[in-house]
Design a protein around this ligand. Structure first.
Ligand SMILES: *[C@@H]1O[C@H](CO)[C@@H](O)[C@H](O)[C@H]1NC(C)=O
Ligand SMILES: *[C@@H]1O[C@H](CO)[C@@H](O)[C@H](O)[C@H]1NC(C)=O
Ligand SMILES: *[C@@H]1O[C@H](CO)[C@@H](O)[C@H](O)[C@H]1NC(C)=O
Ligand SMILES: *[C@@H]1O[C@H](CO)[C@@H](O)[C@H](O)[C@H]1NC(C)=O
Length: 481
């Protein structure tokens, strides 16, 4: 008893702001009456056989890595998995194999699908994600099978036979490609995983030596107009079509206007983009949702640092990258590139959140930058925020009425933040906060609630803090926020 009181006091003393920072308490107001975009979630991919790195881990490490990725109380609490739909004939190297290694001789012939029940480890990972409560699965093809394309190869660019501007001796494969994508979704459904979003292009503005298929937004619209009714006929009307996973924001802007001009926007769920060739700079001019579906630091050496002078693999840099997309571009989803990767595959760089090598693993602070967003659950609506110097703040109301506030302290000194809510139906909410910095990983931190209801906590220099104002058990009115 004595010991636990002592520990509680010691913890309070540690977490209490110094006199100096207390004087410069920063008042931030969350205004629930101002509503912006709806959030679909945060996620990562395990495409290119990376899922198998987790499949092959022995316990307890396998569960530890799954918890780091999906656990909403001890890990990043990711809510989206982006799977690659394979187009290669084999799983040689790190290729993803297709369910249609050989096409019928004509587009209207009967396809012989071959399902291996593994999908490069991604089905297993998706089933695990499902068990943690993940309900958003983005299945994304890098290319159609080669036999449907102008170049007869799933790699090296080429286009889908049948879209505007192509002419193939074998005819149009657009309907066959739509049927193939529908089959993929049905195979997952029969294994207990409901795919919610489908994409049929990846970086279509580029030709690569691995799976790639080129397309403009106009050509993509041809596919969407066939795929949408094909999904509906298969009782998959709830599956959203995403397009077109451009290499960068500038290209995504072109896709958005081409899709709109071609009349495909009403059939689209989200315009999707990566951030490699151009970074996110403000909202896309589109009425559909926007998702950032792949980005990472491909060049830096493997780093687990939170802050090392703003390096592109730093956790702190990623905190700002996600914030920029969600707040300055109204993104509904931010998806990192690889969740896990080994040391050898790609120059030991930062394109992964967790380095899984044989039976060992190392966690980067990038994962903890994402974890700070786990208080924002799918279905949350971003709301208004004001106040705070050298603080980047974002506010959200979750669908259960709880209010999430995510804050980055850009200052080189610690600051005390004081959060007030306006327009919230929460009655004396319980408030908790978690922080990440050089020495903490989404660690729970002390919160003081004043008589005015403002919740205060200290955030360290170049640190991040997330608050959750939750309905107090027994006060049902809170749910109506
Ligand atoms: C995007 O967010 C900005 C403020 O950050 C807001 O002014 C704008 O209305 C938002 N747009 C949409 C479509 O939500
Ligand atoms: C998440 O982690 C907590 C704490 O380690 C654990 O009690 C819980 O069972 C985990 N949740 C799932 C779904 O595995
Ligand atoms: C279509 O889906 C609904 C629920 O989404 C289900 O109740 C119904 O049985 C399905 N019909 C067919 C033909 O699969
Ligand atoms: C519910 O809200 C009231 C204020 O309206 C508060 O006095 C009471 O303590 C709350 N109940 C619980 C269980 O927290």
């Amino acid at each position: 008893m004595y010991l636990s009181i002592f520990l509680a006091l010691a913890a309070t003393a540690l977490a209490a702001p110094s006199l100096e920072t207390r004087q410069s308490s920063q008042k931030i107001t969350i205004d629930l009456t101002k509503k912006y975009q709806t959030i679909d979630g945060f996620g990562f991919s395990a495409a290119f056989q990376r899922a198998n790195l987790i499949v092959n881990l022995k316990e307890p490490k396998q569960t530890e890595v799954l918890d780091l990725l999906f656990n909403t109380t001890s890990g990043a609490g990711f809510s989206i998995v982006r799977n690659g739909i394979g187009s290669s004939k084999t799983s040689q190297n790190d290729w993803m194999n297709t369910i249609l290694p050989n096409c019928p001789s004509t587009p209207d012939g009967t396809p012989e699908y071959k399902w291996d029940g593994k999908d490069s480890g991604q089905l297993w990972l998706s089933q695990k994600a499902w068990s943690y409560g993940v309900r958003t699965f983005y299945a994304n093809a890098w290319s159609a099978p080669g036999c449907m394309k102008t170049n007869g190869n799933d790699a090296n660019g080429g286009q889908l036979c049948g879209v505007t501007g192509t002419s193939c001796k074998s005819g149009s494969w657009v309907s066959a490609y739509a049927a193939y994508l529908v089959k993929h979704i049905l195979l997952y459904a029969s294994s207990g995983v409901a795919i919610t979003h489908i994409g049929f292009l990846n970086e279509p503005d580029m030709s690569t030596s691995y799976a790639s298929m080129q397309s403009s937004g106009t050509q993509a619209a041809d596919v969407i107009k066939t795929l949408r009714p094909a999904l509906d006929r298969a009782n998959l009307s709830s599956v959203g079509i995403n397009c077109c996973d451009a290499t960068g924001w500038g290209i995504a802007g072109q896709h958005a206007s081409q899709l709109s001009a071609a009349g495909a926007l009403p059939m689209l769920y989200a315009v999707t983009s990566h951030e490699y060739t151009s970074r996110i700079s403000g909202p896309l001019s589109t009425r559909s949702r926007a998702w950032q579906t792949e980005y990472s630091d491909l060049n830096g050496r493997w780093s687990t640092a939170w802050y090392s002078n703003g390096g592109s693999g730093d956790g702190f840099t990623w905190a700002n990258t996600i914030y920029n997309g969600v707040v300055n571009a109204n993104l509904s989803a931010y998806i990192f590139w690889e969740g896990v990767q080994d040391r050898a595959t790609n120059n030991n760089n930062n394109e992964k959140l967790i380095l899984v090598d044989g039976q060992g693993y190392e966690v980067s602070k990038r994962l903890w930058a994402f974890a700070q967003w786990r208080v924002v659950r799918p279905g949350a609506v971003r709301v208004g925020v004001s106040g705070g110097t050298n603080l980047k703040s974002a506010g959200f109301v979750n669908s259960d009425g709880s209010v999430a506030v995510v804050i980055i302290n850009s200052a080189a000194n610690s600051q005390t933040t004081s959060i007030s809510l306006t327009g919230s139906a929460l009655v004396s909410p319980s408030v908790r906060a978690w922080a990440t910095d050089n020495t903490h990983d989404m660690s729970e931190t002390a919160v003081t609630v004043g008589s005015d209801g403002a919740a205060s906590a200290s955030v360290s220099e170049r640190g991040m803090i997330s608050f959750l104002f939750a309905p107090t058990v027994g006060n049902a009115t809170a749910g109506s926020a």
